[in-house]
Design a protein around this ligand. Structure first.
Ligand code: HXC
Length: 478
């Protein structure tokens, strides 16, 4: 073979790799409203940036008729590329090849990108669309999953890990996304469950559809498994890109600041009147947050779950921050089991990745009742307390109306190392001046001053260095 022929052969092989499971299966994928593994990567990554690994890898099964069915890539496209010019590692499961199922070879490909990502300190994004363990492989497939779970766990808090579930994700396979930092799901096409509707029917006699059991809506509103919900694959890619714009590449870097495009000294007069005269009237804390942050831009996490607390990312004078806020217009902003867990998870992510925390507090306390007590509000509320206590990133608190009971302590109070604590002079029963006299509030401020005050505090805290006592790890009340 001449050199020219050899290059021609390589080109043909590369083209074959792109065919995946063939045109029929590809058409079926599109009919379901789903994109192919490669189309998804095209949308996710900067144009032309994708570099592929292991395109020729095939499974090694010599049984069940699979010995004659080897498809290069073996059901997952892996490699790296960039998003807004920043390096990311990716894997994208190809449902057209053996239903995107996980063979040992498939697992090894995923592990390779995860190892590389940890080595160079860059995020991993997994696009999941898979029938789970490849039945013909038996225990080697299970071993492959375990190798992935181990890497998910060891990479946790070192590099950001993002999962998009864009098709089925069932059985133990759900635990890889569950171990990552954020899960995206797509309405109508993605499902996650440990046991499917048939098994549920056999064991518990419940009749439930795929959608009711583990659809995107259920996980975004009821279980809290899903952090972001998208209408289709394209929207999901856009959401992932936006999330990454707020977070650093790894735990040793600061989050990416951008050129500020909003006045840091902007006073917002409407904040002065946002708290209703009547103390029983709610208001939308989202309005207050969007008046304070750069250009009113807030990316909510868990937007549809435990809505009595708001968590999300925003910028202050170009610097990414994590926002935690009570929502008085939902269950009066009370702290209950779900909102405590939602808040705790977010606080820990921000702390792990050097993202300052800004807490807007208007809290009547913890939710009373047997449902909450028997459900474990003590241990779940403790998670939020623990998360705030252990966090060492800059922490700024603004009490907008009230901070009662144990919830006063929990929500980034001065006593648990809140760096700067402000209060508006609009507290319902207890006056903020009593706390201010004790030094528990650094300053009582006019609501309109909130933005410039927070930005000045963040700048003052830029070089904050704080460490917890050395230990293997704490024992958070799980
Ligand atoms: C091997 C599989 C497969 C599997 C699907 N396929 N699941 N091959 N092992 N687990 C193949 C099908 O044979 C088919 O091949 C192709 O993938 C597409 O599947 P269809 O059934 O035609 O597609 P669809 O109707 O959309 O149904 C998708 C599905 C269904 C809902 C995912 O296939 C299904 O229920 N599969 C079994 C899911 C499952 O029980 N997985 C194990 C979960 S437990 P052809 O050649 O026709 O295209 C698990 C344990 C992990 O994963 C443990 C970790 C600790």
């Amino acid at each position: 073979m001449t050199a020219k022929e050899k290059i021609q052969e390589l080109r043909q092989l590369r083209e074959k790799v792109k065919e995946g499971g063939g045109p029929e299966r590809m058409a079926k994928q599109h009919e379901r409203g789903k994109l192919s593994a490669r189309e998804r990567l095209d949308l996710l990554l900067d144009e032309g940036s994708f570099q592929e690994f292991d395109a020729m890898v095939t499974h090694r099964i010599h049984d069940f008729g699979l010995e004659d069915r080897k498809i290069p890539g073996d059901g997952v496209v892996t490699g790296y590329g960039t998003i807004d010019g920043r390096l990311v590692f990716v894997f994208s499961q190809d449902f057209t090849v053996f239903g995107g199922t996980l063979s040992l070879a498939h697992a090894e490909k995923i592990c390779k990108v995860m190892d590389q990502a940890v080595k160079v300190g860059a995020p991993v994004i997994g696009l999941n669309d898979s029938g789970g363990a490849r039945i013909q492989e038996g225990v080697t497939s299970l071993g492959g999953y375990a190798e992935i779970f181990l890497r998910n766990t060891l990479a946790s808090g070192v590099i950001p890990q993002i999962s998009a579930v864009m098709g089925p994700c069932a059985g133990g396979a759900v635990y890889s996304p569950a171990l990552t930092d954020f899960i995206f799901m797509v309405r109508g096409t993605s499902h996650m469950f440990v046991t499917g509707p048939d098994v549920v029917k056999t064991v518990t006699h419940e009749e439930v559809s795929f959608e009711e059991l583990g659809g995107a809506e259920v996980h975004a509103t009821k279980s809290g498994v899903c952090h972001f919900i998208a209408d289709d694959d394209g929207m999901c890619s856009t959401q992932i890109r936006r999330l990454l714009s707020f977070i650093p590449q790894n735990n040793l870097e600061d989050p990416p600041s951008i050129e500020p495009s909003d006045d840091p000294l902007r006073m917002e007069e409407d904040l002065d009147t946002i708290i209703p005269e009547s103390s029983i009237k709610p208001y939308d804390m989202r309005d207050a947050i969007t008046m304070v942050v750069d250009n009113g831009d807030l990316l909510e996490v868990h937007e549809h779950y435990a809505q009595n607390i708001i968590v999300g990312f925003a910028r202050m004078n170009g610097m990414p921050v994590g926002i935690v806020a009570q929502q008085p217009s939902f269950l009066a902003g009370v702290l209950d089991i779900d909102s405590s867990v939602k808040g705790a998870r977010f606080v820990r992510f921000c702390d792990a990745f050097n993202i300052p925390l800004i807490t807007f507090e208007d809290v009547p306390g913890f939710m009373p009742g047997t449902a909450q007590e028997h459900g474990g509000i003590i241990k779940h509320g403790a998670k939020l307390l623990y998360a705030y206590c252990e966090s060492t990133v800059p922490k700024i608190t603004v009490i907008t109306r009230k901070a009662y009971g144990g919830a006063y302590d929990v929500m980034s109070s001065k006593h648990i190392r809140g760096d700067i604590n402000f209060a508006w002079p609009t507290k319902r029963f207890a006056s903020p001046y009593v706390a201010a006299q004790m030094g528990y509030i650094d300053e009582v401020i006019e609501p309109r001053e909130t933005r410039p005050k927070i930005i000045a505090s963040l700048e003052m805290l830029t070089n904050k260095r704080q460490q917890n006592p050395p230990k293997k790890h704490g024992s958070i009340p799980l």
